[in-house]
Design a protein around this ligand. Structure first.
Ligand SMILES: *Cc1c(COP(=O)(O)O)cnc(C)c1O
Length: 428
């Protein structure tokens, strides 16, 4: 059996994912995690969306090994390096330019998602001279104070220890159901000088709410939100940290929606290899930073530049990869719809978009029991949502159809067992 003595004795009680998956992992390849005892798991968590191209992708691994073998720069503050030069060129040519962001500039923030959110918020406030920011119900943007202030999650907010200020929370796209017009509501509040809402510097929005439970905004809502932003002089920050890098079936989650965010934050799968890396991408006119005005020691993770550029060259120079993600997303969704029909047509439903889909359960206990049961049978999968009620698939996008089939069979059996137990409990 596993012995967790070192962790339990020496690591802080803050540890969390390991409590859901009490094994010691040793290796990982593609969509598979392997424990020190040699047990294989299919990984439907994928570093919370950090491993879109899977674990140790051979092309990225080779690029990294070659770079390290050649004594390439590992840490470079924000000094010029060949690896960074190459990343900037590839990112511009392969990702930004073809998507209409050719004249945007890239800021290397600190290496985490929350670092890029902090930088984006600070920039928006600096450029507009306004303090307030609109963020949305169930949004998640990180755990440092500024990012936490725009985050909805009470569990995380509760740990702040200081006031989380300068934010106005507004209802997300369909927070009040399909019929309520949340944009019109915001417009009225922003137009009324006595509504009590100070004019915001920006809105920060996830096009698919990853941690918030896979709530999705429609293209129409996003377009109206952009119009609202322009009307009231607010910048639109698209937080694509989790939904970006191909997760929804296109590089950015908002592609094809007819919007052009002013600022985009990216992290999680940006390096492609699970290496810490985050950027803020902004309209050139917004780049009003003074040199060094916002900084950070770890803004030059050159290993991440190498793998990020290799991932973009390998996966994004044609539309083949995006198409395969869309096809796999459809496959997962169809299997989930089948699970819903079989085990809870009245109480379960499918949520999300692309390869960012899940099944909403009646409560968090059921969702958690399903994840535990799945883990017993070789599937690593987690919950998200305001009540942790959504069983969420964040499988690596390179997962094979056979692995999807295997995983969905495990999930189906888990739903069968847990839903049956739940209805037996209700009847007794
Ligand atoms: C994970 C996440 C963040 C925070 O990223 P960290 O690297 O954990 O700081 C911010 N926004 C979104 C949408 C995320 O999913």
């Amino acid at each position: 059996m596993n012995n967790f003595e070192q962790f339990e004795k020496h690591e802080s009680g803050i540890r969390s994912y390991c409590r859901s998956f009490p094994v010691i992992f040793k290796q990982a390849r593609g969509a598979e995690l392997i424990t020190s005892e040699g047990k294989h798991y299919i990984d439907f968590l994928a570093g919370a969306g950090t491993l879109n191209y899977g674990h140790n992708h051979p092309v990225l691994k080779q690029a990294l090994i070659d770079y390290i073998s050649d004594d390439g720069i590992t840490h470079g503050l924000d000094m010029y390096s060949g690896a960074k030069e190459n990343f900037l060129e590839v990112f511009h040519r392969v990702i930004l330019e073809p998507r209409g962001f050719g004249d945007y500039v890239t800021q290397f923030s600190g290496p985490t998602g929350t670092n890029s959110v902090e930088a984006a918020l600070k920039l928006a406030r600096k450029v507009t001279g306004r303090n307030n920011v609109i963020s949305f119900t169930n949004g998640f943007h990180g755990c440092s104070i500024g990012a936490l202030a725009v985050t909805g999650n009470q569990h995380h907010r509760g740990a702040a220890g200081v006031a989380l200020t300068d934010v106005s929370r507004m209802p997300y796209a369909n927070y009040f159901g399909e019929s309520a017009n949340t944009i019109a509501m915001m417009d009225k509040m922003l137009s009324d000088p006595s509504s009590g809402i100070d004019k915001p510097a920006a809105v920060i929005v996830e096009v698919v709410q990853g941690e918030g439970g896979l709530n999705t905004a429609s293209a129409e809502w996003m377009r109206k939100l952009q119009k609202l932003c322009r009307k009231h002089g607010m910048l639109m920050i698209a937080d694509d940290i989790q939904a970006g890098c191909g997760r929804t079936g296109s590089f950015f989650s908002f592609e094809g929606m007819g919007i052009q965010p002013d600022i985009i934050t990216l992290s999680k799968s940006l390096s492609g290899y699970g290496l810490p890396f985050a950027v803020v991408v902004m309209r050139r006119e917004l780049d009003q930073w003074e040199p060094g005005e916002h900084n950070g020691t770890f803004r030059g993770n050159n290993l991440a530049f190498v793998t990020a550029a290799a991932a973009m060259e390998h996966f994004w120079t044609t539309d083949e990869f995006a198409k395969s993600v869309q096809a796999k997303g459809k496959m997962v969704k169809e299997r989930m719809q089948k699970i819903v029909r079989k085990h809870g047509p009245d109480s379960l439903f499918v949520k999300g978009r692309g390869m960012m889909v899940g099944i909403s359960c009646p409560n968090g206990e059921i969702a958690s029991a399903i994840c535990q049961e799945s883990f017993q049978h070789g599937l690593v999968i987690e919950t998200s949502g305001n009540h942790s009620q959504v069983v969420k698939c964040l499988a690596p996008l390179i997962i094979t159809e056979e692995q999807i089939d295997q995983a969905m069979t495990i999930l189906d059996a888990a739903f069968a067992k847990v839903m049956k137990e739940d209805s037996a409990e209700q009847a007794s």
